[in-house]
Design a protein around this ligand. Structure first.
Ligand SMILES: [Zn+2]
Length: 572
């Protein structure tokens, strides 16, 4: 607790310190930008300045400026110049707080002109470009940083990627939306980059105390007033690269991007939903959701737990040992894993131990990336608790070997008794129906698509020609913004596979007899692999051939699974 306060006060001190130094250096009357390009104030207006600062226009609303303390949230939307020009962001032109600056100025003997509505970029430019070029103004960068986050949130961005480009001498900002990276949405010049990194770092209110370019670092922003509406927290990761640095900002939203109530809101294929409902009735065992990152496994787990609580009228103690997830459920008791201590394994173990002391019925354990939490998840699952966790892997048959790699003893990792269910899922980008193209046609003009056509024809025969490929983009998929929309893609389809393991399958996997394990699963138990579950979506053209190969399976693997499924006789 005191560590957090320390961080905050250090950050606060640092920002205030920067502000004061700058103000002092320029004579205590706010920011000047005599030498900087001044896009908005016209030269003739500059002549109306007082004798103390001939030919200079000052921004009276800048940090340390003549109008006194101004909240950042307000400053983002206004700029008052020493010649009386008063800019207000057009969206808030009637905002009383913004307009009250006229009174404040009058009390100081400055008469302001009628407020002029302008685009946010005009105000940003005033504080940003002018201030940073001239005096390295952290507040200007901060305004752009905050505006960038707001824009990202408006597009439901999951990650903001800030990448330093050494050759261009600039930093490029891209948004990751629905698993796709957008074009460049903002650029920072090389000389602005340090200020950006410092601003981003001290914007955090928890995590590493001081920026250190030679280390990978993490800070989080949890304070309400620093976050756009609907956002629960921001997690900033600063990565050290061979040359320069990379900043990733993960946006954690208050609500999940699913509409509707309960497990059905996920729109899972029916048999998968029914298996997950069955697991809710179990009193012990381990539910593992295995998937690559960015495939929504944490969302599924959150929805599943919420659905479980709904079904019991909330009369269930559910503990979660994790960073609070997106779509925080207030009925769940959260045991946070502390950040930045450098000893995350110990912090994880401590939090898990504490959670077990409240005698929970169900425990959610954050992604098992380390041995001790994985081992503890296994132990908890054996003491009459239903434990749910996520693990990074490709499919259900890889789950036990992942636990083994993490240091869970082989006997436990392949013990069917310990496992309640293995589940894996993918969020596959869906084709825009407005511009998708028939594979047989599109392949005639595109060598890459022709390669795919050939492979799918080998697997599926002539039917491959009726599959679809991504289109060039149309009003339906690009209307939001040509920069941010993804040509030919519209939404995502969730597909998955479940397996309630028995000892036979566990033993086959333990002996590395993967093909036999797959045959047993798909033929003997009538299981449905991800490829089988997704196949109807491929045939309907909801999923295109390119996305199928990238996200689901190869054409050859699909052929194998279809052949196995065909061997399934009528089940007794
Ligand atoms: Zn389209």
């Amino acid at each position: 607790m005191s560590a957090i306060e320390n961080t905050i006060s250090r950050a606060g001190f640092r920002l205030r310190f920067l502000g004061r130094t700058k103000a002092t250096a320029i004579g205590g009357r706010g920011v000047t930008f005599k030498d900087a390009p001044a896009p908005v104030p016209q030269p003739e207006r500059n002549l109306s300045l007082g004798p103390s600062a001939p030919l200079k226009t000052e921004i009276l609303t800048a940090p340390g400026g003549a109008l006194g303390d101004i909240e950042d949230a307000l400053r983002r939307n206004v700029a008052v110049l020493s010649d009386g020009t008063f800019y207000i962001h057009s969206a808030v032109i009637s905002d009383p707080q913004a307009r009250s600056l006229t009174d404040r100025a009058r009390r100081l003997g400055i008469n302001l002109k009628e407020p002029e509505p302008v685009e946010l970029s005009v105000i940003r430019e005033l504080y940003g470009t002018a201030a940073t070029k001239r005096i390295d103004n952290a507040e200007g960068i901060k305004a752009r940083f905050v505006a960038m986050i707001e824009e990202a949130v408006a597009f439901r961005t999951s990650d903001i990627q800030v990448k330093l480009n050494e050759e261009q001498g600039s930093a490029e900002v891209r948004f990751q939306i629905d698993g796709f990276l957008s074009g460049v949405v903002e650029e920072f010049h090389h000389d602005e980059l340090e200020a950006l990194i410092t601003t981003a770092f001290y914007y955090g209110d928890n995590g590493d105390a001081t920026p250190n370019p030679s280390k990978n670092q993490k800070v989080t922003v949890n304070k309400r007033h620093k976050l756009p509406p609907g956002v629960f927290s921001l997690r900033l990761h600063f990565a050290k690269l061979a040359s320069g640095r990379h900043l990733n900002i993960r946006v954690i939203y208050e609500k999940l991007a699913v509409s509707g109530q309960g497990l059905s809101a996920l729109g899972l294929p029916r048999e998968i939903e029914r298996t997950l409902l069955y697991v809710q009735t179990l009193g012990k065992g381990l539910l593992t959701i295995g998937a690559p990152t960015e495939h929504g496994k944490s969302t599924t787990l959150t929805v599943w737990l919420g659905d479980l609580l709904d079904s019991r009228g909330g009369k269930l103690t559910v503990a979660s040992v994790d960073d609070p997830p997106e779509g925080l459920d207030p009925r769940i008791i959260y045991f946070p894993v502390s950040d930045g201590g450098g000893d995350e394994v110990d912090s994880f173990t401590e939090a898990l131990k504490a959670s077990l002391r409240i005698a929970p019925h169900v425990v959610r354990v954050g992604e098992c990336r380390e041995g001790p939490p994985a081992r503890m998840a296994f132990d908890a699952a054996n003491t009459g608790k239903l434990v749910s966790t996520t693990i990074h892997c490709a499919g259900v048959l890889n789950i036990p070997s992942r636990y083994e790699e993490l240091g869970v003893p082989t006997l436990l990792a392949y013990s069917a008794e310990r496992h309640a269910c293995w589940y894996s899922q993918r969020l596959v980008p869906k084709l825009c129906p407005g511009c998708r193209r028939l594979l047989s046609e599109a392949a005639k003009k595109d060598a890459r698509l022709d390669v795919l056509r050939e492979r799918f024809e080998g697997a599926l025969g002539q039917a491959a020609g009726d599959l679809y490929a991504r289109g060039p983009g149309c009003d339906n998929c690009l209307k939001r913004s040509a920069k941010i929309g993804i040509a030919g893609i519209k939404g995502r389809q969730l597909i998955g596979e479940t397996l309630i393991p028995d000892q036979r399958i566990c033993d086959l996997l333990r002996n590395r007899q993967h093909e036999d394990a797959r045959r047993t699963w798909l033929v003997d138990t009538g299981g449905r692999s991800m490829a089988l579950v997704g196949y109807p979506y491929l045939l309907r053209g909801d999923i295109g051939v390119q996305e199928w190969v990238s996200y689901v399976a190869s054409a050859e693997d699909l052929k194998c699974d279809l052949a196995l499924a065909a061997q399934t006789g009528p089940r007794p």
